[in-house]
Design a protein around this ligand. Structure first.
Ligand SMILES: [Zn+2]
Length: 110
């Protein structure tokens, strides 16, 4: 991969990392209760669902941040853009959309 492309992907990864970190920080750990406590039961159930949802979203963002940081490390190590499954170069059309991709098109579909 040429230097120009590497710089382009590095910039994409850096701005993606920043955006994901902001999104991660903005997700509250626990939902905020409203004023009324009349049917607490219902709210507790809602709370549990909301907490599950935000935990799931946080997990997703956390694993994307890991992929992004792994991509940035690979750029430093000179191994960026190589499929972790088959060792072939990852297609540019994939990296242009998902710069933190670890797998090529074929292995993504597996
Ligand atoms: Zn592959």
């Amino acid at each position: 991969m040429n230097k120009e492309d590497l710089e382009k992907y590095e910039q994409s990864l850096l701005s993606l990392e920043k955006r994901l970190e902001t999104e991660f920080a903005e997700i509250p750990d626990v939902p905020d209760f409203g004023d009324g406590h009349s049917d607490m039961q219902g709210e507790e159930a809602d709370e549990a669902v909301a907490a599950d949802e935000s935990a799931g979203i946080k997990d997703e963002i956390r694993s994307r941040i890991e992929d992004v940081r792994s991509g940035l490390n690979k750029i430093k190590e000179g191994t960026y853009g190589i499929c972790e499954a088959c060792g072939k170069p990852i297609e540019k059309e994939i990296l242009n959309i998902v710069p933190e991709s670890r797998l090529c098109k074929e292995d993504k579909l597996q």
